[in-house]
Structure formats: C-alpha cells, structure tokens
Ligand binder design. Structure first.
Ligand SMILES: [Zn+2]
Length: 240
C-alpha cells in the first residue's frame, strides 16, 4: 500500500511577496484541527523566525507532529555564501531545539533551492534527511549519508477542484510507493495581489478541498507517515 507524507511549510504569507503572518495566526489553527479530525500525522517545516514569533503554536505542533527546519527567514540558500548558509541553518536549528525540546532531523530549503554546500552543512550538523528536491524543479544531486525525500506535487495542486486532483492522486497512488504533498498555512486564508498560482482558490475553498483530499486518502486506506519515519526507515535499510 502506498504511503503519503503530508508536509506543511510554516513561514510568512506567500514569501517573498507579503510580510504578514495571517497564515500562522488564522490558517494554522484550522489546519491543525483538520489533521486532528482525520487523525493524520504531518511534518511541519518551520522557519526559525516563525518559531521565534509563535513559539506556543510551534511547541503545540511538536506534541502531535514532526517539526523540521525551513531556514531562518525563508532566505534563498542558493544565492547565499556558504558561511552565511551555515550561520542561518545553525540559528534556525537552535531556535527549533529551544522551542520544541528536540533537534530537527529534516530540512527543506525555501523555494526548494538548496546547493550541494547546503546539503554538506546539513550532514555536518546532524540532519538525517533533506526535502529540498521537487520532482518538478531542478536541484543538486544526492549527498552521501543524507536521505533525500523529494516532493511529489506542488502545494497549488491541493487547491484544484477534486474532479481534477482525485484522478491524479489515484494515478500516483497506483505507481508511487510514497507521495510527498506540500502545503502552507497561508493558503487557508484569502490571498490577493500575488501571482495567480499562489492566490487561486485560497481561503475557505482551500480548506474545504484539503479536507476532501485528506478524506479521499484516508478512505482509500492510505498510511500517513512523517518524513522522519520515511528517512529512518531508509537509513535502517541502507545500513543493514
Ligand atoms: Zn517556504
């Protein structure tokens, strides 16, 4: 049976276009309620800045879900000098440790843009997996000892009407052993004045469609897994 990893990137609204945090303030509670209703564990890639601003809600997420790292302030790692990359990853890691009481094991670069040096830093400071690859974007190759878990479908996919998304999901479930889905709390609030792919069907419609997709997957007997679980399983297999 295929497995699904539902992942959520916790950051400011539609970065770098907006500077507001309504997604965390209003969208995130609705998302946590939805996941609790379906009893689905998820992986939240949180920026250090979001954890600094909202430590209470990030600590609450860590009680039921995995908290992983999404950079410090949603910076583009592919255009930063190596030492600056290291500083920001270390800073974000430290904040997440402080807020959740645990070291994050996974990392997703903002905009899915990591470099080989980013991956080297992750490995050096104890991360076990990277999720900065997407099947629909170019990325650096794999890094020895670091499990790569690429994203399968872009977050806007989950905002499509279900007559479009269900057949694609059904196809993926038939052919892929693991589907990684990505989402953002800001998609659950009405977004305007940004690119069409970022704003279409955001707000109430997004919440209703997400509810239907998760319901569709749970009624098809799909096992929801955290990324940490996928990575640990792959590591155990590679060392046995
Ligand atoms: Zn992001």
């Amino acid at each position: 049976m295929p497995r699904v990893a539902f992942t959520v990137d916790v950051e400011q609204d539609a970065p770098p276009f907006l500077q507001t945090w309504q997604g965390i303030e209003k969208g995130l509670p609705a998302m946590l309620e939805l996941l609790a209703k379906h009893d689905v564990p998820a992986t939240f890639f949180v920026t250090g800045l979001a954890a600094e601003k909202f430590p209470g809600i990030v600590a609450e997420i860590s009680q039921r879900h995995e908290v992983a790292c999404h950079g410090y302030e949603h910076e583009r790692f592919d255009i930063l000098a190596v030492e600056e990359q290291r500083k920001r990853i270390e800073k974000a890691t430290e904040i997440l440790q402080k807020v959740t009481g645990e070291s994050p094991l996974g990392f997703r670069a903002p905009n899915f843009k990591a470099t080989r040096q980013t991956l080297a830093i992750l490995k050096q400071i104890g991360y076990i997996y990277d999720a900065s690859k997407a099947s629909y974007k170019c990325s650096p190759g794999n890094y020895p000892g670091l499990v790569e878990i690429p994203n399968t479908l872009p977050s806007s996919f989950l905002r499509l009407p279900t007559w479009l998304s269900f057949p694609v999901l059904s196809f993926c479930l038939r052919f892929l052993p693991l589907i990684v889905l990505d989402y953002h709390p800001w998609e659950l609030i009405k977004i305007s004045n940004v690119r069409l792919d970022l704003r279409f069907a955001t707000g109430f419609q997004a919440l209703s469609r997400l509810d239907k997709v998760i319901g569709y997957l749970t009624t098809h007997g799909i096992e929801f897994v955290t990324m940490e679980k996928v990575a640990s399983h792959k590591l155990a297999r590679s060392t046995s």
